[in-house]
Design a protein around this ligand. Structure first.
Ligand code: SAH
Length: 400
């Protein structure tokens, strides 16, 4: 018998309208013995079946939904879900063969967006970066790896289970090759540019694929411009700008390792002439440029998530406002500002309102060129606002 989770009466349960999370505050009782990570059945206050999911009382999201059908949750279930995720990417990118043969990068599985909460699988030129971020999904790790091997025939797999969120689930951190080792610095094609992905030491899974389309999009608007790529990481945006004919790009990041990757990639693309690199805190550097009157034809801002919880939103917005205000001041009149936020807890509305305030303080008008989010291999589910985390805006900055 499966343990049964009873939902409290008189609570607005989002799970009834398709949401994949059940919070501890929504649960009345649990019948039956269970261990964290076990599959449970969820019933409404009248005792009717709602869904199946996995439980972890250590997490405020106590149950994550796996299926709304009353069925076996077994190896076949998880393999089928991975297969569906692969099918969706084939459809998105028009691929017919194995991802292992493709020189580009894709997110193959993205957690709730693929109905596999807690699982993240990225493909970089045929190599896989693999993460199981919740206890409930980590239990099925072997099966999930088997499915990835079966459906995409990767050249190699690296486990990136060093995300600190695993600790909140009561798990330890671990990394390493799953199978044969390989050179962890992978050369990958992105929109006709060579980028370098350090699958072992790079940030998160190794490379930020969610911005891929946005990197291509900026290209046609930056020809001839001097560009500041602030928070550049391994250089994805700036390299694309150079491909599009930017007169020069200053790559800036607080991490020397990130800049080393950007520098090496600039060399591989023969872009070195137009590229310069500065290890700095972008907040300080922008203030210095403002004081000294240094201007750029375009500024690209792509900071890390400033808000890790809803409680941090206010201070995060203050940080976003500060950095955007400074960027607006160092863009030439008529120049371009591309600005992003990957904080899941900051809504698109809050982000846009913050930008408007910054523009007012900087005494500029922002003419909207693009308003976008993450690429569709990081699926957004309607009715699940938490899946829509990336905000990307491109503006022309016009002085009052
Ligand atoms: N634009 C990148 C992704 C940026 S991720 C891309 O397209 O791939 C955020 C980056 O900001 C990280 O590389 C991190 O090292 C850097 N960073 C964090 N705080 C910073 C700061 N205060 N100043 C400069 N860089 C910072």
């Amino acid at each position: 018998m499966r343990p049964v989770v009873h939902l409290l009466p008189k609570v607005k349960h989002r799970v009834f309208s398709g949401h994949p999370w059940i919070f501890s505050t929504e649960i009345g009782s649990v019948d039956g013995a269970f261990s964290p990570g076990d599959i449970v059945e969820v019933r409404d206050p009248r005792g009717r079946f709602v869904c199946l999911g996995y439980i972890n009382p250590e997490s405020t999201i106590t149950v994550r939904v796996l299926s709304r059908e009353d069925r076996d949750i077994d190896e076949a279930f998880f393999k089928e879900r991975v297969r569906q995720a692969v099918e969706y990417r084939r459809f998105l990118f028009g691929l017919s063969g194995s991802f292992g043969d493709d020189p580009g990068g894709y997110r193959l599985v993205y957690s709730e967006g693929d109905f596999l909460p807690g699982l993240v699988v990225d493909i970089f030129a045929g190599y896989v970066s693999f993460q199981t971020l919740t206890l409930g999904i980590d239990r099925w790790k072997e099966t999930l790896i088997e499915a990835v091997n079966e459906y995409v025939s990767p050249k190699g797999i690296y486990e990136r289970n060093d995300a600190p969120v695993r600790r909140l689930e009561g798990m330890s951190l671990r990394t390493g090759y799953l199978g044969e080792p390989f050179d962890p610095v992978i050369e990958m094609d992105e929109n006709g540019v060579t980028v370098l992905v350090d699958i072992q030491r790079g940030q998160k899974t190794g490379y930020f694929l969610d911005q891929s389309e946005n990197r291509l999009l900026i290209r046609k608007h930056l020809a001839g411009k001097s560009v500041l790529d602030a928070f550049s990481y391994s250089g994805g945006f700036g390299l694309s700008a150079l491909k599009g004919g930017a007169s020069g790009v200053l790559f800036m990041d607080a991490s020397e390792a990130a800049l080393d990757l950007a520098r090496a990639a600039a060399g591989r693309n023969r872009f070195s002439g137009g590229a310069s690199f500065e290890m700095a805190n972008a907040f300080d550097a922008l203030r210095d440029y403002e004081r000294s009157g240094r201007k750029f034809g375009a500024v690209l801002l792509d900071p890390p998530a400033f808000a890790r919880s809803r409680k941090m939103v206010e201070s995060a917005l203050a940080g976003y406002k500060e950095i955007n205000l400074r960027a607006m001041k160092v863009v030439e009149d008529g120049g371009i500002l591309c600005t992003s936020s990957c904080s899941q807890h900051v809504t698109p509305q809050e982000f846009d309102d913050m930008l408007e305030e910054a523009a007012k303080d900087a005494k500029v008008s922002l003419r909207v060129i693009e308003r976008r989010g993450q690429r569709a291999d990081h699926p957004v589910l309607s009715g699940v606002p938490e899946t829509e985390y990336l905000k990307f805006r491109m503006f022309q900055v016009l002085k009052w």
